[in-house]
Design a protein around this ligand. Structure first.
Ligand SMILES: [Zn+2]
Length: 155
């Protein structure tokens, strides 16, 4: 039986390099305590079956993993695009917020202006009313003066 890889000392490793290389070249097991790999479970202190255990399966996995970057690349770019989009939409949001703020400010100013216009219109109306009243009174006074004049003339 092979000595456990986990138990090898540095000097022993260099001495048994050929055997160790054979053990680790096509690993089926991984040590659960020190992560060493070996083709025989007896070579490890806590052997665990590797997911890519058999050689053929390992090859297909490698082939698959070689294929997966192609499959994942567009997804990664999608994520990047999404990140860009969110960054853009963030900028858009900020711009919209600024525009809204400006619009609010503008509408507020317009409201204020409208209020002022309304106030001045009201004042003008009041002034016109007063003027009319004054004219009326003046006319009345003129009439009275004229009446008095005619009355004095009659006497
Ligand atoms: Zn071990």
């Amino acid at each position: 039986m092979t000595k456990r890889l986990c138990k090898y000392r540095r000097v022993e490793i260099s001495a048994q390099l050929g055997e160790i290389t054979q053990l680790v070249a096509q690993p089926k097991y991984m040590c659960g305590s020190c992560t060493r790999v070996a083709s025989h479970r007896s070579a490890l202190c806590k052997p665990r079956l590797l997911e890519t255990a058999t050689v053929s399966a390992g090859n297909s996995v490698i082939a698959n993993s070689a294929m997966t970057p192609l499959a994942t690349t567009p997804r990664e770019t999608d994520i990047k695009a999404d990140a860009n989009h969110t960054r853009h939409s963030k900028q858009d949001k900020r711009a919209v917020k600024a525009a809204k703020k400006a619009l609010k400010k503008q509408s507020k100013a317009q409201k204020k202006l409208a209020k002022l216009v309304k106030k001045s219109q009201k004042l003008a109306k009041q002034q016109r009313k007063l003027e009319l009243k004054y004219q009326h009174l003046a006319h009345k006074a003129d009439k009275r003066v004229a009446n008095i004049a005619t009355q004095t003339q009659l006497h």
